[in-house]
Design a protein around this ligand. Structure first.
Ligand SMILES: [Fe+2]
Ligand SMILES: [Fe+2]
Length: 213
């Protein structure tokens, strides 16, 4: 029998799932880690900490992605868009688990503010969902475009010897471009420039904080 969940039910279920995954309590990922058997080169302390800071940002970004899509799915009007949001969130689970695995290898940990990133992003996603499916898909598309551009920057910023992190980010970048295309194909509206700017500003604040804590 199919249960009908309220938006609050969905928030609690998705928060529980994401935090279990983020803290390593559940398995999550389905695809092979793209870092595969690429050698884990020894880095000096400064580079190790820098790589860990960058991967902590990417892990926090994936926590936000889980929350955004869960929030959007919770308030989506059409079952089709709801299913697409859920599908996007499922694919992001791989990204979350790969980033967590790399943070472990770098002897580091996810952002201590993960629950805050999750709650804030869920609220933003729910608002996007309430604006209607065309806008919600537009928000997804813009998010994925911005993440893709961000990953490009991080790939350049990683220490040269950190090929394992780079392999993970390369695959994520390919996936995020596909998610943006999916949203475009489903009828995403183009967001107004001020909204895009605000999204970028919010993401920049999160990145500056998550690099450190
Ligand atoms: Fe992702
Ligand atoms: Fe994505």
């Amino acid at each position: 029998m199919r249960r009908n969940y309220t938006a609050i039910d969905r928030f609690i279920i998705s928060l529980d799932g994401a935090l279990r995954m983020a803290t390593g309590l559940s398995e999550g990922g389905q695809r092979e880690n793209p870092a595969g058997d690429i050698p884990d080169m020894v880095m000096d302390e400064k580079n190790r900490q820098h790589a860990a800071g960058l991967m902590r940002i990417n892990h926090a970004g994936e926590i936000c992605a889980q929350a955004l899509y869960a929030g959007q799915a919770a308030t989506a009007r059409s079952p089709k868009v709801q299913a697409e949001m859920q599908q996007a969130a499922n694919e992001e689970i791989d990204h979350l688990s790969w980033c967590k695995a790399r943070l472990d290898e770098l002897d580091s940990q996810p952002s201590r503010l993960d629950p805050l990133w999750y709650a804030g992003s869920f609220a933003i996603g729910a608002i996007a969902g309430l604006a209607g499916d065309g806008w919600s898909l537009g928000f997804l598309k813009e998010t994925e475009n911005q993440v893709e551009a961000h990953l490009e920057g991080h790939i350049d910023k990683l220490p040269a010897e950190d090929a394992r992190s780079r392999a993970i980010l390369d695959q994520m970048k390919i996936d995020e471009a596909r998610h943006a295309q999916m949203a475009a194909d489903s009828g995403a509206y183009d967001l107004p420039q001020p909204v895009r700017d605000l999204m970028k500003l919010t993401a920049d604040a999160m990145k500056a904080i998550a690099y450190r804590i």
